[in-house]
Every structure is written in structure tokens, then in C-alpha cells.
Design a protein around this ligand. Structure first.
Ligand code: SF4
Length: 509
């Protein structure tokens, strides 16, 4: 991997990000920040797994103050890993944390901007920016004094109404939001900054980061970038979705630090992050084929050598055959000779001696960019005996789903949880997924808290959101449908809601 966008170095305690430093892996605790021991112990598990920066939510001043106890206990036990405070709505919590930890993450979408549905005139828009500047300066002063770094962490799902009003919920809006805050920091001579532009939609996240780099190059800026796909969910889908977003950009030489957000214990994110970095540096040797005159091409196709799978096309001696027995010659070609837009381009990659997780990550990295950029209409994953034909074909479909080019099952958007989560989100996601994974095309969000969840789940069709201890609120799109349901009854209530709205289909045997 050649680093094409060269960033400046930001110091976060004893860890440097940017420049020629290795890509730093980070993650976030999901314990209650007020539970010092649980947070310390989870942080140690993360550090032992290879986490170089530990982020902890600080939803209020009390939680921010408790970061001191967490830090002291970690240092006492010999761990010097820098800590990051995760702040959303509370500038006072940010200012408190900035005295303690090595880095503070603020979200420009909800840090200062107030909710308002009005249409902004140019004067009002500028006035509000001036207000933001005034509110941000105390934090910048504390950070300067204490050598604390800042991440301006923009999320697609929580842009301010002011930005939405002018730019819509777009990658351009995300870039503008980051730039506004970065420019305020710059005007104050504060450059110990990292930027991030995240989304639960891998394509939106990639576009936003590519645009951010273009914008920085145009303006002569070079802030390090933190990459992540928010609410990626868990299991294989979470790994594939994270790889699409993070891996595609790393392959392009974009990104200085990464966080893989899985709805799993945070230490399990670290090996995945490591593999994404490792495989983003390996070079594959794909083979290219053309299918000419394919009838009624609608979406990218899955090709398999095994007839006993649910692939679209099967390899035989004469080329390819479909389920109806139609035969298609397969013409081997050179990548540089692919010119006719009518031809279907099939890309074949071979995977030997890989375990399942390595296979998922490597194959996703091979196909995400060609699929996202429309350069490939057929994917042929050639595996050895370590991966079954069924799993190979399922992975192919999952890659198509994660890149958004072909939807074949339910999409789950689930936050990784944090100190705000008051229910067992991992078990709940498993349960909801078991009941609803056959609802092709539906997006179901499972979110840990009512404060950030509804905004972050953005375009989900249904939302299951933690509303307090043992209480769940259900959403249809962005509308609250049922409030404060007992947790034990909430999955059933979600299924009922999907049925009431005509989106339910019975499972096939
Ligand atoms: S949505 Fe999830 S990760 Fe985000 S603040 Fe709420 S509980 Fe934490």
C-alpha cells in the first residue's frame, strides 16, 4: 500500500498518529464509565489484544471526572495506553475530560448546534458559526495547555440541522461539518486534530472520506483521518461491512487510525482491524473473464463451480450455465482489454489455506472497490477445501449486500454499545436477527440508547432502541411508534409492528 495522502503527525500521549506512523488500531469500552473497575478491566483486555488507544464515553461531567480514576488505576497497573473521552452533547464534559485524558472526541452534529427546523439565511448561518466558535474556544485553550488532541468526529446519522438544511444528509454535508470545526481550530492555532467521517453505509463513508481528502488537498490541509463504519453490526456481516468501508480506503492510502465497530465485546474488534490492515497491503492476482450477450442483466452475479449452491451461474466445460440450462461462453481476457460496456466482466480470485475470517476479509477487500466503482458484474470466489462451497457463495452474496449493489437479505444496523447502553445488545441482536433475517431488503436497527440511537440509525425501516433500564422504544423509520415497552416483550412487539405494516413474510423451510 502506498500512502498517497500524506498527513501530519498528531500526538496522543505516547502514541503518534499520521505521517509515516503505522495505522493505529483503537476501540471503545462499552462498560458503564462510572464503574471504574469494569472499565479498567475491559480496557486491559482491549490493550492486551492490541488496542493502541482506548475510547470511553463521557456523557456528563461526572462521567468525565471519573476518567481520572480509570486512568489512575490503569497507570497503577502499568498500562500507559492513551485514553480518549467520547463526547456528544456536553461541552462541559469535554472541558473536564480535556484536563484528564490524552484526546477528546467531539461530534460537531450535536456538540453545540441546537435542533431547529428553520431555513437559515446567510446571516443566521454565519451567526451560528460565530456562536460555535465562542463555545469551542474554552475547550481549545484547555487542550492547548494540556497537550490534549481532539478528534472532530462527524457521523452521517447526526449532522446538525443547520448543515442538513444547507447540504442535506450527504457526504458533502459531512465534509462541510468537519471543515467548519477544523477551520475554527486552525484559526486558533490548534492543529493537534484528527478528523473522522463515519456512516453505517459503507459507500457513504467511503465517498465522504474521499471527498474530505480532495478538500484537504485543495485547501492545503493534512489532518490525519480516523476510519470507521458505524453500527456495522456483528458476526460475518459486521466484519464484511467494516472491511468494505475501512479496507477500501486503506487500499487507496487513506486512513491513519481505524476502529472496527462490532456489536461484540470490544477486544474482538482488534484482530479484525489487524487483518483489515494486513490484507489491505497484500496484492491479489485476479483473473478476468467476459460474458457476452447475457440476457436481462439486473445486478452483479455470483458464479460458482458447484451446482449445489444458490449461485446465479455455474462453471462447466463450455463456460457457464444458469439454473434454466442456458449456456454462456466465458472468454478469458486481459484487464486492459475490457472496453465494451455491454459485456459482463467476471472477476475471479483464488483463496487457499485461509481460515474463515481471513477469507471473509481478504475476499471483501478484493471485490469491494471494483463493485463500488461499477467495474465488475460477476464475482467468482475460488476456494479450496477449507471453505465449503455453500459458505463461499454466501460470502459472495454478503459482499454484494455490504457494497449495496445487490440486496438479498435483511440489513441489520446495530451500534457497538457503550456506557450509555442499558440492555444486552449482543443477545438482542442475535434474537432479532434469528427472527427477521429472511426479510429481504428491510433495514432493522438495534441501538443502545435513545440519545444517539434514533439519529444514528438514519435510514432504517424499523428501530429497536434502548430507552432506559429494561425499556425499549420502537420506531418505524424516524417515527416513535411504541414507547417504553418492557424489554422481555420488545422483540415480539417489533415483529408485530413489522407485520402490522405489511413488511412481514413467513420464513421458507
Ligand atoms: S447509539 Fe450505541 S454506541 Fe452510540 S451512544 Fe448510544 S449506546 Fe453508545
Amino acid at each position: 500500500m502506498v500512502k498517497t495522502f500524506s498527513t501530519h503527525i498528531v500526538k496522543i500521549g505516547n502514541v503518534q498518529i499520521g505521517g509515516n506512523n503505522p495505522i493505529r488500531i483503537q476501540s471503545m469500552t462499552n462498560t458503564d464509565t462510572m464503574d471504574t473497575l469494569a472499565t479498567v478491566e475491559q480496557s486491559i483486555r482491549m490493550i492486551k489484544a492490541g488496542c493502541k488507544l482506548v475510547r470511553i464515553t463521557a456523557q456528563n461531567v461526572k462521567a468525565a471526572e471519573n476518567l481520572k480514576n480509570i486512568q489512575t488505576e490503569l497507570r497503577k497497573r502499568g498500562y500507559t495506553t492513551p485514553l480518549i473521552a467520547d463526547i456528544h452533547f456536553n461541552p462541559k464534559a469535554a472541558e473536564t475530560a480535556a484536563h484528564i485524558v490524552e484526546k477528546v472526541r467531539i461530534n460537531p452534529g450535536n456538540y453545540i448546534d441546537k435542533k431547529s427546523n428553520k431555513n437559515y439565511t446567510e446571516i443566521e448561518y454565519r451567526q451560528e458559526l460565530e456562536n460555535i466558535k465562542k463555545r469551542l474556544l474554552p475547550l481549545l485553550e484547555i487542550c492547548k495547555e494540556n497537550g490534549t488532541a481532539i478528534r472532530i468526529g462527524v457521523n452521517h446519522g447526526s449532522l446538525s440541522d443547520r448543515i442538513l438544511n444547507r447540504y442535506g444528509n450527504t457526504p458533502e454535508g459531512m465534509v462541510e461539518s468537519a471543515m467548519e470545526f477544523a477551520n475554527i481550530c486552525k484559526s486558533f492555532g490548534f492543529e493537534n486534530l484528527v478528523l473522522s467521517l463515519k456512516s453505517s453505509n459503507a459507500r457513504a463513508m467511503i465517498n465522504a472520506n474521499r471527498l474530505m481528502v480532495e478538500r484537504m488537498i485543495t485547501e492545503g490541509l493534512n489532518y490525519p483521518l480516523h476510519l470507521g463504519v458505524t453500527e456495522a453490526g456483528g458476526g460475518e456481516d459486521g466484519r464484511i461491512k467494516s472491511t468494505v468501508g475501512i479496507g477500501t480506503l486503506l487500499k487507496e492510502g487513506i486512513g491513519d487510525t481505524i476502529r472496527v465497530s462490532l456489536t461484540e465485546d470490544p477486544e474482538f474488534e482488534i484482530p479484525v482491524a489487524r487483518k483489515i490492515i494486513k490484507f489491505s497491503k497484500t496484492v491479489s492476482k485476479p483473473e478476468f473473464f467476459l460474458i457476452r450477450n447475457f440476457k436481462d442483466y439486473k445486478h452483479p452475479l455470483v458464479i460458482s463451480e458447484s451446482q449445489n449452491t444458490k449461485a446465479d451461474l455455474f462453471v462447466n466445460n463450455d463456460g457457464l450455465t444458469d439454473k434454466s440450462g442456458n449456456q454462456y461462453p466465458l472468454v478469458k481476457t486481459d484487464k486492459n482489454l475490457i472496453k465494451n460496456p455491454e459485456d459482463i466482466v467476471v472477476v475471479k480470485n483464488a483463496y487457499k489455506n485461509l481460515n474463515k475470517e481471513d477469507f471473509l476479509i481478504k475476499s471483501t477487500l478484493d471485490y469491494s472497490c471494483p463493485l463500488l466503482d461499477g467495474l465488475c458484474q460477476g464475482i467468482w470466489l475460488d476456494t479450496d477445501d477449507t471453505i465449503s462451497d455453500k459458505d463461499t457463495v454466501q460470502t459472495a452474496y454478503d459482499i454484494l449486500q455490504a457494497t449495496g449493489v445487490r440486496i438479498s437479505k435483511t440489513e441489520f444496523i446495530a451500534c457497538p454499545s457503550c456506557g450509555r447502553t442499558l440492555f444486552n445488545i449482543q443477545k438482542t441482536l442475535e434474537k432479532i436477527s434469528k427472527e427477521t433475517k429472511h426479510l429481504k431488503g428491510l433495514k432493522i436497527a438495534v441501538m443502545g440508547c435513545i440519545v444517539n440511537g434514533p439519529g444514528e440509525m438514519a435510514d432504517a425501516d424499523y428501530g429497536y432502541v434502548g430507552a432506559g433500564k429494561g425499556k425499549i422504544t420502537l420506531y418505524k423509520k424516524q417515527e416513535v411508534i411504541r414507547k417504553n415497552i418492557e424489554e422481555e416483550k420488545a422483540v415480539e412487539a417489533l415483529i408485530e409492528l413489522i407485520k402490522e405494516n405489511g413488511d412481514w413474510v413467513e420464513k421458507e423451510d
